[in-house]
Design a protein around this ligand. Structure first.
Ligand code: SF4
Length: 369
């Protein structure tokens, strides 16, 4: 039996043709699922009555299992724990605000951004990241990626009382667990499923893919030609520092990544986001800013400045207040455009780099009680 969440609109139409069902019936089915969150064919009232039981025999909607929701005290972020069909766990986050707007460089209070995971664990093991400490299990399927977004969208509609048909979520960022460009096919398929105009209808301009710097895949993404915002976790342009912080730098050097970023910008005329996690005593000097200024010349970008969000058992610390203030001064002095990201969700370990299934056993026990 096919899981509808794994099918693009085109695939559903082809599947209908193979089953001798009028392909145009795929339109209402996509509308019910992605605009109205109705998964029961019997409730899809504009489908012929005799067709509904047949569809029920052939297809079903398999969602992730929601295990826990944790809202931070401000109510601006909610972290979700989901279980996959094969018993693994992933986390995703719903944020009020979220990604910066290209034109206005604001975060917009009306924005509802979902930060989604693309893998179970992560094979890249960046040493400042909680996910990097987990065992890598597997890629998420397109349907599992789609399911995270639908479940958070339903939650958001209830929480923010946006009960009209259509989505509440305004932006999607692939910044959760895993490296999205190492799960390229499924991530792109999920984006295709969610883009369909008769369904969830979210355009590429509202989607950000964040990468640790998989240079050839950045180029491949550029060649697809979608207006997706590219974010690169930079943290330093010094190759030696980067190799320590992010082992993936041994395979993809800073120079290779920046070449790929320039290639991306030649194809997709959008500002690049460079993420810069500021760490105490590691990447906070004026020379770091000067090196960055030299390396990023010719790229239209802004920097997301993230004060390191501490993670249990990782022996790194956030910058001191003074260090942070000085670093911002260096950025201004050398004309690097930046936006401060304030670690939304820090209290519930939902901020950038903190998705690490912390205290999982405790949380599972609590969710059962
Ligand atoms: S920062 Fe991203 S790429 Fe690096 S370990 Fe964490 S999830 Fe993986």
């Amino acid at each position: 039996m096919d899981n509808l969440l794994e099918l693009t609109f085109g695939e559903l139409k082809n599947s209908f043709i193979a089953n001798n069902v009028q392909p145009s019936r795929a339109y209402p089915v996509f509308g019910w699922i992605y605009r109205r969150s109705v998964f029961d064919f019997e409730q899809m009232t504009d489908l012929p009555k005799d067709l509904r039981p047949m569809l029920k025999d052939w297809y079903k909607v398999i969602e992730l299992e929601p295990v826990e929701e944790q809202a931070d005290p401000s109510g601006e972020s909610v972290k979700f724990l989901f279980r996959t069909y094969d018993g693994h766990y992933i986390e995703s986050v719903l944020l009020q605000g979220g990604e910066i707007d290209d034109e206005t460089e604001t975060l917009g209070p009306e924005r509802l951004t979902v930060c989604v995971s693309s893998q179970i664990g992560c094979p890249l093991g960046c040493n400042f990241c909680a996910t990097g400490r987990l065992d890598y299990k597997r890629n998420l399927s397109a349907g599992e990626i789609v399911s995270q977004i639908l479940l958070m969208d339903r939650y958001a509609k209830k929480k923010y009382k946006r009960e009209t048909p259509g989505r509440a979520v305004t932006n999607i960022v692939f910044m959760g667990m895993g490296e999205p460009l190492l799960n390229f096919e499924n991530v792109m398929k999920a984006i295709g499923i969610l883009a369909f105009s008769g369904g969830f209808h979210i355009g590429a301009r509202h989607i950000t893919i964040s990468t640790a710097g998989i240079a050839p895949k950045i180029k491949e993404l550029a060649e697809i030609g979608l207006q997706i915002r590219l974010a690169v976790s930079l943290n330093s342009v010094n190759q030696e520092k980067r190799k320590v912080l992010m082992p993936v730098a041994r395979t993809h050097s800073v120079n290779n990544i920046l070449d790929a970023v320039k290639y991306y910008q030649q194809h997709i005329d959008r500002r690049i986001t460079f993420e810069y996690v500021l760490l105490n005593g590691i990447n906070s000097q004026e020379e770091d800013v000067l090196a960055m200024k030299r390396s990023l010349q010719g790229i239209k970008f802004h920097l997301n400045l993230i004060r390191y969000n501490p993670v249990d058992e990782i022996p790194l610390s956030p910058p001191t207040d003074e260090e942070y203030r000085h670093f911002k001064g260096f950025l201004r002095k050398h004309g690097i455009p930046f936006v401060e990201r304030f670690g939304k969700g820090r209290e519930i370990a939902a901020a950038c780099g903190q998705l690490g299934l912390c205290k999982l056993d405790e949380r599972l026990a609590k969710s059962k009680s």
